[in-house]
Design a protein around this ligand. Structure first.
Ligand SMILES: [Zn+2]
Length: 318
């Protein structure tokens, strides 16, 4: 009865054309890392459920079934318990910047298989599959834009592309972004989500930590603000470089943030870990981050922070 009317309603909703910036078709938005299976399988029809696929998502926190359209309209935040689902880079940019102000930088820069990496599958085949499935070229989107009245240099990482891992392209794009910010005297904002350095590029990945950090040092020398935003999950090499160098470090609620994972730490230290270890809330209590800001509040809060940082300075012209 009720369900039938819902079904009818949702079928008509499917026909609606999504806005241009709606993120790529990695449909399943559960915040697990087990996305890998989707890549390559193409038409993933794993387990059939009774409800139409792609219309509803179950919240992993409160177990409510949420209509996908409602979830999209709510910036991928559960309306009941405020659980933050992963969100694509383009959708996030769309939610933060002023309409039509985003000028993307280095949009075509793509990784090459510099080490000739061979494993269960080659790096090249991985790159091809992720490019096809995400319509991204790599795990970060960078550009200049306006948030509120302030022009900023904005970099947004995307976990959908190889777990947001930092390879040469991520490092180079962010470094160029920071350098452009320095040159134009703009605040830099980087929104991180990453499993760390990209193993397929070995040492070349690790070098990005020093490169991005050095660029931020030059930016800081000009007394320009850098805001780092940590989202679920931000770990390893990214956490050990630009993600923790912010003048202001914000995080989304419930985000997992740390260097090594809790299991590794537990095994190494042989100690019981405190409750909530490596969550944004835990790190706020212990002084590593400055504030937890929900996704829906982020734009307003950022506008406020940017006004604070740039007070008395001339706002850079568009
Ligand atoms: Zn929920």
């Amino acid at each position: 009865m009720d369900t039938t009317s819902f079904t009818k309603k949702s079928i008509s909703g499917v026909a609606i054309v999504e806005p241009a910036l709606t993120p790529p078709p990695i449909a399943n938005t559960h915040p697990t890392f087990a996305k890998k299976t989707r890549i390559g399988t193409g038409k993933s029809k794993t387990k059939k459920r009774d409800i139409p696929e792609g219309l509803w998502t179950k919240c992993p926190s409160c177990e409510t079934m949420i209509f996908d359209k409602e979830l999209d309209e709510n910036l991928k935040v559960c309306p009941k318990c405020q659980h933050h689902f992963p969100i694509g880079s383009r959708e996030r940019i769309h939610s933060l910047v002023e309409t039509c102000t985003f000028e993307e930088m280095d949009a075509t820069m793509a990784s090459v298989d510099i080490l000739g990496f061979k494993g269960a599958s080659t790096y090249k085949s991985k790159l091809d599959a992720y490019k096809k499935n995400t319509t991204l070229k790599d795990a970060v989107v960078t550009g200049l834009c306006k948030i509120g009245e302030q022009r900023v240099a904005l970099g947004v990482m995307d976990f959908n592309f190889l777990g947001g891992s930092m390879g040469s392209v991520v490092g180079e794009k962010l470094t160029r972004l920071i350098e452009r910010g320095t040159e134009k005297e703009l605040p830099v904002i980087i929104i991180s989500t990453s499993g760390g350095a990209r193993m397929y590029e070995g040492m070349f990945s690790l070098m990005q930590m020093a490169k991005t950090s050095a660029a931020l040092a030059y930016h800081a020398r000009r007394r320009l603000p850098y805001i780092s935003i940590l989202t679920h999950p931000t770990t390893a090499g990214v956490m050990a470089s630009y993600a923790t160098l912010g003048d202001l470090i914000l995080a989304e609620p419930g985000a997992m943030i740390g260097f090594a994972g809790p299991r590794v730490i537990k095994d190494t230290t042989q100690a019981e870990l405190p409750p909530g270890f490596q969550t944004a809330e835990f790190l706020l209590d212990h002084g590593l981050i400055d504030a937890i800001v929900s996704r829906k509040e982020m734009k307003a809060q950022l506008t406020g922070y940017l006004n604070y940082f740039t007070v008395g300075k001339k706002v850079a012209a568009v």
